[in-house]
Design a protein around this ligand. Structure first.
Ligand SMILES: Cc1cc2nc3c(=O)[nH]c(=O)nc-3n(C[C@H](O)[C@H](O)[C@H](O)COP(=O)(O)OP(=O)(O)OC[C@H]3O[C@@H](n4cnc5c(N)ncnc54)[C@H](O)[C@@H]3O)c2cc1C
Length: 465
């Protein structure tokens, strides 16, 4: 069923409490050039790492027994370790990077770099062992044993390597599908321990640092700064923010079957800068749930002292949300995400939300500047599954926009290039925001790019990383 609805004028009441709300603090626009500057810095760092290793090699050493293998091993070790640092920075939740690039893209880049980094480190372990075995005319296993038992910090480095391999193997798509998200996440945390354990052996045995105190100092600063940003942005800032805002659940109400809204209140929420379309990691502090944080997008702009998320129960944590009691404390981490009004390049937008994916679309709709021309497509399998339908309709009507409902099973209702061209004829001149399952986002992105929307004007929030 495809309907283009003249929207009724409804006053959205996101807090659901009837109390008068204060204005929220708008999320800042990402600083132009931050991502490019950090990418350039990462490139320079990579070049410097390569250069410092190559500079320590000589033709004589390369030609000596085991020399070539040792040179390959050193190069692989340093570049692998450097890429590991880059990977950690990408997911360190640096606010400037998060706002400019978006967490989903950063996570994708992190995943793309991860196999290279791990393979390089594996090559390092193998070639250094074989190289020294050649040099000392012993077997590789004997040489490995000698490393572990006699070289300083080598045992810790080996354990660290084991942890990195464990995190890498469990991240392979097949293995990850079989694991619960939380188990995978905990294994992944060991990456930090693995890197910490491997650090000392680089400093003590790294040949590039012998006689090069400046190179050594730069390497130490790079590692220490990376550890610093992780501690600040992944650990201290979320704790501080949760304590400062003291968020608690006010009420939980069912919106449509299987989907409920959680309305929270917090102190000083008017000081929390957030854009419509962004999400937080939510940790509900009750037995059984406190140890897991899950991403949920705000389904309305905060109306201090209230804010709201709308959650579809699909697994253990999201289903348990429906049973949470008023008064439950909540720890929040964020806001994150680049699915905001700042991503826009034009003053005309198409917003597409599928199922519970309408939640950030609804908040974004509320946050778009007045002059922006909006068309909204709501996709759902049945009319009962349309979440916040009245609120979306009211917000669209307030702006004089157009609202299209595409409701029905997938085999009957297609959101493809043909249907999009029909319902949004001027699509090519719009920015397109899409939120829903990853496969839905892929299909819409393919369709709109076919219809002439440049990739840079397609903004996605997939409800899975
Ligand atoms: C940026 C973002 C915003 C989201 N916003 C909303 C929202 O507003 N409303 C809503 O209903 N859902 C939202 N989701 C999806 C929601 O996070 C998952 O449905 C929820 O985490 C499932 O957890 P579970 O324990 O109930 O199910 P599980 O069975 O543990 O997981 C089900 C699926 O969710 C994924 N998942 C589980 N935990 C996480 C996590 N911590 N981070 C990323 N993916 C995870 C798993 O990979 C799996 O594919 C969002 C997801 C992302 C990535």
């Amino acid at each position: 069923m495809i309907t283009t609805t003249p929207s009724p004028r409804l006053a959205p009441s996101p807090s659901g409490t009837g109390e008068r709300a204060r204005a929220h603090r708008p999320g800042p626009a990402p600083r132009a050039g931050v991502a490019d500057a950090l990418a350039a810095l990462a490139g320079i760092g990579f070049g410097a790492t390569l250069g410092s290793v190559v500079a320590t090699e000589s033709w004589g050493e390369l030609a000596s027994r085991g020399g070539l293998l040792l040179a390959i091993g050193r190069l692989a070790g340093f570049t692998g370790a450097y890429l590991m640092l880059v990977m950690v920075v990408l997911v360190a939740r640096l606010p400037w990077l998060e706002g400019a690039v978006g967490q989903d893209r950063l996570v994708r880049l992190h995943r793309r770099i991860a196999p290279c980094a791990l393979w390089l480190i594996a090559v390092h372990v193998v070639t250094i062992t074989l190289g020294y075995a050649q040099l000392t005319r012993t077997g590789p296993l004997h040489e490995l044993w000698t490393f572990v038992t006699t070289y300083p910090d080598m045992l810790a480095a080996m354990v660290g390597f084991g942890l990195l391999v464990m995190a890498g193997v469990t991240s392979v798509r097949m293995a990850r599908r079989r694991m619960r998200y939380e188990s995978w996440w905990i294994v992944h945390l060991y990456t930090y321990l693995g890197l910490a354990l491997a650090f000392a052996h680089q400093i003590v045995t790294g040949i590039s640092f012998l006689g090069h105190p400046l190179a050594k100092a730069i390497w130490v600063v790079a590692w220490a700064s990376t550890a610093g940003v992780v501690l600040v942005f992944r650990f201290f800032q979320p704790i501080w923010r949760s304590v400062y805002h003291a968020v608690r659940i006010v009420s939980v109400r069912e919106e449509v079957p299987g989907v409920c809204s959680v309305i929270c209140s917090g102190r000083h929420l008017d000081r929390l800068a957030v854009s419509g379309g962004q999400f937080f990691q939510w940790r509900f502090l009750v037995p059984g749930l406190w140890w897991q944080a899950h991403p949920y997008s705000l389904s309305a702009l905060p109306k201090p002292p209230y804010m709201r998320v709308t959650v579809k129960g699909i697994g253990d944590q999201s289903r348990a949300v429906a049973r949470l009691r008023p008064g439950t404390r909540v720890a929040i981490e964020g806001p994150y995400g680049a699915f905001t009004r700042h991503a826009r390049a034009t003053d005309k937008v198409l917003l597409v939300g599928a199922g519970v994916g309408i939640t950030p679309v609804r908040a974004l709709l509320e946050d778009l500047p007045r002059g922006v021309d909006v068309s909204v497509v709501v996709r759902a399998s049945t009319p009962e599954e349309v979440v916040h339908g009245d609120e979306v309709a009211a917000l669209v009507a307030e702006r004089g926009g157009r609202l299209h409902h595409l409701v029905g099973p997938r085999r009957d209702v297609h959101l493809d290039a043909r249907s999009l061209r029909r319902i949004v004829p001027d699509l090519a001149s719009r920015d397109v925001y899409v939120c829903g399952p990853g496969s839905f986002g892929d299909a819409v992105e393919r369709a709109v790019t076919r219809l002439g929307v440049p990739e840079a004007r397609v903004h996605r929030e997939d409800f899975s990383f």
